[in-house]
Design a protein around this ligand. Structure first.
Ligand code: FES
Length: 115
C-alpha cells in the first residue's frame, strides 16, 4: 500500500492524502477518485497535460519504474527529462522525478506528487 500525498500551490488545501487502492490504478485515477484536480486531456499518455513532479518518500531505497515508450517520448518533448537523465534512470534503475499521472501506477512506496 502506498501513501500518496498530492500537493498544489493553487489550492487552499495544498496537500491531500490518498492511499493506492490497487496496483492497477493510475495516479490520475486515484486523484479523480479523491477529487484532486490534476489537469488532464487524453488520459492515454499522449498529450503531457497531466505531467506531475514525483518525489519518493520514506527510508526505502528508490526503485525505478517502467516507463512506456510513449511516456518517455512525451517527457522528453516537454523538456522535463534529458536523454542522458533518461539513460541514467534506465541503467541505474532510478525513478523519474517527472511522470504522467495517467501512466503512473504507484507501487509500495510513499510518494509526494506535485501538480
Ligand atoms: Fe494526456 Fe496524461 S492526460 S498524457
Amino acid at each position: 500500500m502506498a501513501l500518496i500525498t498530492f500537493s498544489s500551490p493553487e489550492y487552499k488545501d495544498k496537500t491531500v492524502y490518498a492511499v493506492a487502492g490497487s496496483f492497477t490504478e493510475t495516479v490520475l485515477k486515484i486523484a479523480k477518485t479523491n477529487k484532486i484536480p490534476i489537469q488532464f486531456s487524453c488520459g492515454d499518455g499522449e498529450c503531457g497535460t497531466c505531467v506531475v513532479k514525483v518525489t519518493q518518500l520514506g527510508d526505502k531505497a528508490p526503485m525505478g519504474y517502467h516507463l512506456e515508450e510513449k511516456e518517455k517520448t512525451v517527457l522528453l518533448e516537454l523538456g522535463k527529462i534529458t536523454k542522458s537523465e533518461m539513460e541514467d534512470m534506465i541503467v541505474n534503475d532510478l525513478p523519474s522525478k517527472w511522470r504522467l499521472a495517467c501512466q503512473f501506477i504507484p507501487r509500495d512506496e510513499d510518494v509526494f506528487v506535485e501538480y
